[in-house]
Design a binder for this molecule. Sequence first.
Ligand code: MG
Length: 368
Amino acid sequence: MKITDIRFGMLRVPLKTPFKTALRTVEQVEDVVVMVHTDSGHIGYGSAPATAVITGDTHGSIIEAVRHYIAPRVIGQDIANLNRITGLVQSAMEKNTSAKAAVEIALYDLWGQLYGAPLYKLLGGGEPVITTDITISVDHIDKMVSDSLSAVERGFESLKIKVGKDIGVDIERTKAIHAAVEGRALLRLDANQGWTAKQAVYALHALEDAGVKLELVEQPVKAHDLAGMRYVTERVHTPVMADESVFGPRELVELIRMRAADIVNIKLMKTGGISNAVKIADICALYGIDCMIGCMLESSIGVAAAVHLAVARADVISKVDLDGPSLCSHDPVDSGVIFNESEISITDAPGLGIRAIDGITPVTSLAA
Ligand code: MG
C-alpha cells in the first residue's frame, strides 16, 4: 500500500451554540480535510482546524505545509513502514503541528486499513468505550448555570467550565455552577491562560475555602510561563493541568523537570499527531502523571483518532475531553467511532472506519 497522492477539502459544520473562551469566539467548525490516496485504492482521512491563537496554524498554512513540505516526502512511501513515514512527517519542517497531525491521522487510518483492524487494537487494544466531558462556554453567570444544568440533564457527568475573563466574576461563575450541579457532575476549570499566577492562587484559594471542589484547573497562566504554572501548582490543593504549556514531548520533559503541573492535556493538533501523543502518554505513565485527551473545536475525523488513542492508552489517559462532535449541530462524518452525547464507542471497522463524509467542499483560493 503505497502513497500516491494527497488531496484536500474543506468541511464546515455549524455549532449548536457559539463556543466562547478567554481567547476566542467560534461559530462553526471549519476543518481542512486531508485525503491520502494509495495505489491499492484505499484512502486515509485526516483533518485539522485553524487555531491561530493556540498553535499558530491557519487553513492556508495547513494546506501549504502539507502540499509543499510534507506531501513531497511521503508520496511513494509504503504504509507498512509507518514509523519511518511519521518520522518524515515530523522532520519535514519546524512547528506546523496541525498540518502534521492531519497527515498522521490519515496515515494511521491507512495503517489500520492495511491490517484490517481498528486503530486502537493496533495501538495496543483496550475497552472501546470512553466517557467525555462537555465544555461550558464563558458567558454571563445565569447562562453558564443553565448550560451546565442542561448538560447534566443530557447525561454529562463532567463539565469543563471556561473562565479566565475577569477574576472576580470567574469565582462567582464557578461557585454558582458548583451550587447548581453539586453531587451530579465533576467540575474542571479551564482558564485558557487568562489569569496571572497570583490571580490563579487567589481564585483557587477562594474557591477551596468556599468548599468548591474542583477536579482540576487547566492552564491558569500564559503558555510560556512555566514558572507561573509551578507557582500555582505549589500553592493550591486543586490539581493543575497544563494545556497550551505542553505541545510535544520536549515541553513535557521541561514541565516534569520543573514540576510545573500535575496533569497534562494531550491534543493531536499540538503534538503533531499520534506518534508524539503516544510518546507523551508513555513519558507521563513513566512519571505517574495523569493525562487528559482533548481536542480543538474540530470535526469528528480528528477526534475519532484521539478516541482510538484514548482507548489504547486508557491506563494513563484517565480524563477525556472530546466534545467537539457533540457541540456541533450534526455529525457529517460516518466513521467507526460513535459519538452519543457523553458516551463514545468504537466499532470493529478497520482504521478509523470512515465510510462517508457529507459536505466536503473544494479548497477555494481564499482557504489556500
Ligand atoms: Mg484548554
